[in-house]
Every structure is written in C-alpha cells, then in structure tokens.
Design a binder for this molecule. Structure first.
Ligand SMILES: Cc1cc2nc3c(=O)[nH]c(=O)nc-3n(C[C@H](O)[C@H](O)[C@H](O)COP(=O)(O)OP(=O)(O)OC[C@H]3O[C@@H](n4cnc5c(N)ncnc54)[C@H](O)[C@@H]3O)c2cc1C
Length: 438
C-alpha cells in the first residue's frame, strides 16, 4: 500500500498511551506535515497477568478513539517489534518512526533491534525521552551521575523547597492531518483482527471483574484518569488530606490511585503536576499537596535509576553488588503468592493483590520485606510476581522499590519491617485483615 502525498511518520507507542503532552508525537507531526499514524506491538507471550493485559486493552481502546478523532488510526499488531514495525514502515513508505520508550534494559535492546532492522531500509528510528516530571535535559546532573540516594536527588532538583521548580508545562495536543478514509479503515480492520484473539478476549473479561471487597475498581483509559483527578482533587478535596491518609490500606481515597494511568502514560506526570499547582492556587497549598509532588519525584527517581543502572536493576546483588538473602524455596514462595504464609497481615495483602491487581504502598512494603528479610527468599522472585500481578506495574518503580526493601539498593537505612507491629499500627482493629482473610 503506497500513498502519493508527503510521507507518513509512525509513532510507536509503548508506555505513553495518550496524545497530549507528547514530545515524540509533536516531532513526528513536524516531520510529516501532521501525517502520523500510531502503532503498538503486543507480544505473543507476556509476563503480565490476564487482568493487567485487559487493563492495557482498555487503555488502548480509548487511545484508538483519540487517534480516530484526529482522522488517523492506531494500528495494533502482534509479534516481535523488530519484525512488525519495519514491515509496516516499508509498506506505508514511512521515513521516520518516532518513539519514547521506557528506558529499562529490555526496552533498550528492543530499540536497538528495531533501529537496526529499520536502518536496513534507510528508515530512521528517532528516540525521544519519555515524559518524566523533570525532563532529562533539565536535570542538574547527567543520568550517569544520578545521586545514589533519593534525598540527594530531591535536594538537587528542588529549589527552595519546591518540588515543581524544574517541571515544564505540559505540551498542548498537536493537530494531525486527516488521512485518507480508505487507509484508515483498512488499518483499523487489521487492529480489529489483532484484538479479536482469544487470549485477549479472556484478558478483557479478567479486567472487567471487580472483587466486591475492593473499594476501588480501576479502569484503563485517559477519560478514567481525568475523572479520577476530578474526584480526588476537586470533588472530595482528598488531596488536601493526603499526608495524613497516605498510609491507608483500605478504601478508595486514602491515596491518589493514579499509578495505573501513570504507568501506561494515559496521563503524564506533568499533567498531574499542573493540576496540583492549579489546586494549590484555587483551593489550598499545604504539606499534603506538597507530598503528592514529592511522590511524583520518587517516580522520576526510579525512572532515571533504571536507565542509569541497566542490567544491575535486575541483578540479584542489586546496584551496589551486595550479597542478598537468595533462598529459592519454591513452596514457601508459592504460599506467599497465594496468601497462605500463616502471617495474617501478609496473607491479607497477598490475597488482595491476587484478587484485584492492586495494593497500597504500605502493604507492598510489608509483604516485600517479609518475603526477602523474614523468609529470606530471592527478591527477584517477588519483583517478578508483582510485575505479573500489578495493574500499575512500572519497571523502574517496581524493581527499584524491591531493591530498596530487599536491602540491595541504594537505601542507606537498610530497614526491616516488623510485620506484626506494622499490622497493629496500620490495621489496629484488624478490619483490613478480616476483609481479605474472612
Ligand atoms: C515493593 C514495591 C513495589 C512497587 N511497585 C510499583 C510499580 O510497579 N508501579 C508503581 O507505580 N509504583 C510501585 N510502587 C510504589 C507505590 O507503592 C505505588 O506507586 C503507589 O502505591 C501507587 O498508589 P497511588 O497511585 O495511590 O500513589 P500515591 O500515594 O497517590 O502517589 C502518587 C504517585 O506517586 C508515585 N509514587 C508513589 N510512591 C512511589 C514510590 N515509592 N516509588 C515510585 N513512585 C511512587 C506513583 O506514580 C503514584 O501514583 C511499589 C512500591 C513497593 C514498596
């Protein structure tokens, strides 16, 4: 299939599933007079649970609608990116493919493979930075010199105690050119065929199931992210109490719950930052509103961390080359996964995770500490289980937090959680444990 007008450009989506605040899309549009198509490649074999895949599919559906509204299309293919993207680019006569990958080790390898395959056809892969709160060029240090400890990172990027000092305004959505209807229809039909696969249907059903014990059912897609911001910021003013509630275990509003949308890029951290600043101007600025920005800085830190450390982010000895507890006791690990360790707080949390794909930060810290420090199991097993189960899985925050808790990361404090006293403190009446163990 060839078109006669100016060459098309492709935007290869990964964890940037939106059209707003999108530097790679802007660059693709500039290179092609707005003649851009979106493309995604789903792997045949995935490490994600059906629920997490289903959540991704919900996000993709909204993204497809956004592309259609621009007179273009999102093409969803299946297989290996280094085979499917070049084949599509050649077929469409594309000269440039733009992308903004999450820069973890596997994604860097994937990039290199796609770049090489495209180069064989004289097609360029233009790689942009992913959108973090602070853009990489604005960092006061090179990524290779990322401070080892978060508090040093924070001090370097904050100015006079303001987390948002280096945060740029989000980019406005850019206008795209309407592509010929016949082309859009044909490409859309291919996407329909991809999405009709049986396993993806099962994943869609898994994501629709809602465990009535959970107070929050997260649905994929930008409209749901924006609705959540409206609810949590503006309708309930929950953001103004966040510092006091953020260690909660149960309920819908103790924390923002924005992580699943941020992880897939349905909303960008800069868009959330803009909303925090607006809230501070129009309602109130207090330690809670500060704290949400502070947590977004943690997210940034782990995104830069995973880029800096490459393979070491996934190595048993961690980024410092320490000797971890590395027991590979499959039976005990299985008990942990199923919430059958006999430790009630741990079991309640692990059952919540299995039933919903969600877990509060406090519970994550406790179950991770128990697995690695009390049971002495290889921390990478726990990180891999979280990667499979969590609908908000995000490579840097997940593997980075696991290294911290397991004591192989950069945390100078080397804390071990006493799960029993944590349960007494954060679940004093045992309601959370009763809910998930009952
Ligand atoms: C072992 C372990 C594994 C984790 N795995 C992930 C993961 O795969 N994906 C993920 O997004 N977060 C992960 N976290 C961090 C944190 O638990 C979640 O971001 C948070 O619970 C999400 O809920 P929320 O959106 O309501 O967060 P809020 O408390 O409302 O925070 C706002 C946002 O800040 C960011 N954030 C908050 N805490 C952290 C943190 N400790 N590290 C990095 N970013 C943070 C998230 O983007 C979050 O959405 C993990 C933490 C631990 C201890």
């Amino acid at each position: 299939m060839h078109t006669t007008a100016a060459p098309l450009a492709l935007l290869w989506h990964r964890t940037d599933l939106r059209l707003s605040d999108h530097p790679a899309l802007r660059a693709a549009a500039q290179a092609s007079s707005g003649r851009v198509l979106g493309v995604m490649v789903l792997p045949e074999i995935t490490r994600a649970s059906p629920r997490r895949v289903g959540y991704l599919l919900q996000t993709i559906e909204e993204l497809r609608a956004a592309w259609r509204a621009q007179g273009s299309a999102l093409i969803v293919l299946r297989g290996k990116a280094h085979e499917r993207i070049p084949a599509l680019a050649v077929e469409l006569g594309v000269r440039e493919v733009h992308t903004a990958p999450c820069p973890a080790f596997d994604e860097q390898l994937e990039n290199a493979a796609v770049q090489q395959a495209l180069a064989a056809h004289s097609i360029a892969l233009v790689v942009h930075d992913e959108v973090t709160l602070i853009a990489t060029p604005d960092l006061p240090f090179a990524i290779d010199a990322l401070p080892d400890v978060f508090s040093n990172f924070r001090r370097a990027v904050e100015r006079e105690g303001a987390w948002g000092a280096l945060v740029r305004e989000p980019l406005e959505p850019c206008a795209l050119a309407c592509l010929p209807v016949s082309l859009v229809t044909e490409l859309d039909a291919r996407t329909e065929a991809t999405l009709a696969a049986e396993d993806l249907g099962a994943a869609r059903s898994a994501a629709q199931q809602h465990d009535p014990r959970s107070a929050f059912h997260c649905q994929g897609g930008r409209s749901h992210a924006l609705a959540r911001i409206r609810h949590w910021f503006w309708d309930t003013d929950s953001i103004a109490r966040y510092k006091q509630t953020r260690d909660g275990l149960q309920g819908a509003d103790f924390s923002s719950r924005l992580s699943p949308w941020l992880a897939l890029g349905a909303v960008s951290p800069r868009e959330v930052a803009k909303e925090i600043h607006r809230y501070e101007r129009e309602r109130t600025a207090n330690e809670s509103t500060y704290w949400l920005g502070f947590e977004l800085l943690w997210r940034d830190y782990f995104h830069f961390w995973v880029r800096r450390h490459g393979r070491r982010a996934f190595a048993a000895a961690g980024v410092r080359g320490r000797t971890p507890c590395g027991a590979q006791d499959a039976a005990l690990f299985d008990q942990w996964c199923r919430g059958r360790t006999g430790e009630p707080f741990v079991d309640a949390a692990m059952r919540e995770l299995a039933a919903t794909g969600q877990l509060s930060n406090r519970a994550r810290q406790n179950v991770a500490s128990w697995l690695t420090r009390t049971a002495g199991i290889d921390w990478r097993w726990g990180a891999a289980w979280f990667e499979q189960q969590l609908i908000d899985f995000d490579v840097g925050p997940n593997w980075g937090n696991w290294q911290y808790v397991a004591g192989v990361g950069n945390d100078p404090r080397n804390r071990v959680f006493n799960v029993k006293s944590q349960a007494e403190r954060y679940d004093p009446d045992g309601a959370y444990q009763a809910l998930w163990l009952g």
